[in-house]
Design a protein around this ligand. Structure first.
Ligand code: AMP
Length: 396
């Protein structure tokens, strides 16, 4: 049985075709730099099959032609001989609002609900919805499922998801914390339980997804009970270019100094975080390089990030009434021993007995055998989790 996983970004399209029984990836690919004009323009195409990578430039003017190219590529490369072989498609959908707390078979009602949520995720949902419509048209007999980034966090209790704003704003506009990266937090928390050889239903886990976007999640007994991203993916930790949390009065202070709403939106989304703090780069590798050369701007950015991670892990341990394991994932979490050290060295109070030698040698477990809390690295695999969700839904 073959399951296709599709992740449509504002100007990109990623896909993976799985053999659902063996969980192997038969073929995967990315289209980057898709123009939104519909006019033919060049976009970077990368196709990986059987350890062979083909990169080239292709002319696709929009997501519709990228999907057409993707389906044709599956056939030309021999990954399918007929489109009917695709038993299901799992679509990554950024925002499911309050309505969707689980993987959902897409029908007309779901499509119109997703359209409403597009207001909450303006960058991703409209493109995602368009891609679902195209694939429903192109694969008429295939079941299509929505797997929401927000779904895993729908188990948060009211005291965690409500802001200290008038309750009427929540009722009227749905202003509350939703949380994102849910598929990743779910995948790595399940994997952590597997690595520990314990039942997730008895564990208190903090998962740190640290990449260009960053969020932390408190996973108590397998359910998200709090997370650092909020109404939008801006809240929480400083990220590559996003500010993370700050005092909202700063917005009005800046407006008083002549900044427009558009300028502030750009600052907090595109000019802040690691980039804004360091003035060097949003890319953590560049920050690390500069830090090793002693650059005080890079050191400052790293210290702010580590501080926020430490504070969040501590808060979530308190919120869950204990902690069994801390998991690092995402491009930075998986690859930066320096950041992991800067965080874990400061969490002795929580019962973390950090072992920097293991950390530097890229071991999975980062703590000593007598450590009360186990810290570990778990590479995330959102596509695999999406495939598993679609497979589970398909088999009822
Ligand atoms: P992601 O959004 O998960 O792809 O993560 C992107 C971030 O991970 C960027 O800031 C990268 O610089 C960082 N990253 C990826 N590989 C490494 C590495 N080997 N060392 C340090 N940071 C890395």
């Amino acid at each position: 049985m073959k399951i296709l996983v599709v992740n449509a970004g504002s100007s990109s399209l990623k896909f993976q075709l799985f053999d659902a029984r063996t969980e192997t990836v038969l073929i995967k690919g990315t289209y980057d730099g898709i123009a939104l004009t519909g006019a033919e323009s060049s976009c970077e195409r990368k196709i990986v099959m059987a350890d062979k990578t083909d990169r080239d430039t292709c002319t696709v003017g929009d997501h519709e032609s990228a999907i057409g190219d993707m389906l044709e590529t599956l056939r030309i490369k021999g990954a399918i001989s007929d489109r009917a072989e695709i038993a299901a498609v799992g679509h990554r959908v950024v925002h499911g609002g309050e309505r969707y707390s689980a993987t959902t078979l897409i029908d007309g009602t779901v499509m119109s609900e997703l359209g409403k949520n597009a207001l909450l995720a303006p960058l991703h949902n409209p493109v995602g919805i368009a891609c679902i419509e195209i694939l429903i048209h192109d694969l008429p007999g295939t079941r299509q499922y929505a797997i929401f980034d927000t779904a895993f966090h729908q188990t948060m209790p009211e005291e965690a998801y409500l802001y200290g704003l008038p309750y009427a704003l929540y009722k009227q506009f749905g202003i509350r914390k939703y949380g994102f990266h849910g598929t990743s937090h779910k995948y790595v928390s399940l994997k952590a339980a597997e690595i520990l050889g314990r039942n997730i239903a008895e564990l208190k886990i903090v998962t740190c997804h640290l990449g260009n976007g960053q969020s932390i999640c408190a996973v108590k007994h397998g359910r998200s009970v709090d997370t650092s991203m909020g109404f939008t993916p801006l809240e929480g930790l400083p990220m590559g270019t996003r500010s993370g949390s700050f005092d909202p009065e700063i917005v009005f202070f800046l407006m008083g100094h002549g900044y427009t709403a558009a300028a502030i939106k750009s600052i907090i989304n595109k000019e802040s975080g690691l980039l804004g703090l360091s003035g060097i780069s949003s890319d953590h590798r560049a920050i690390e390089e500069a830090m090793h050369a002693g650059d005080p701007n890079a050191i400052r950015a790293e210290k702010v990030l580590a501080n926020r991670i430490i504070c969040t892990i501590g808060a979530y341990a308190a919120e869950m009434g204990g902690l069994d394991t801390v998991v690092f994932t995402g491009g930075i979490g998986e690859n930066s021993p320096t950041l992991r050290r800067d965080v874990l060295e400061n969490l002795g109070l929580l019962g973390i007995n950090f072992d920097d030698e293991k950390n530097r040698s890229r071991a999975t477990i980062l703590t000593r055998p007598d450590s009360r809390v186990v810290a570990m690295v778990v590479p995330t695999n959102e596509e695999l989790q999406i495939m598993r969700e679609a497979r589970a839904a398909l088999s009822g």
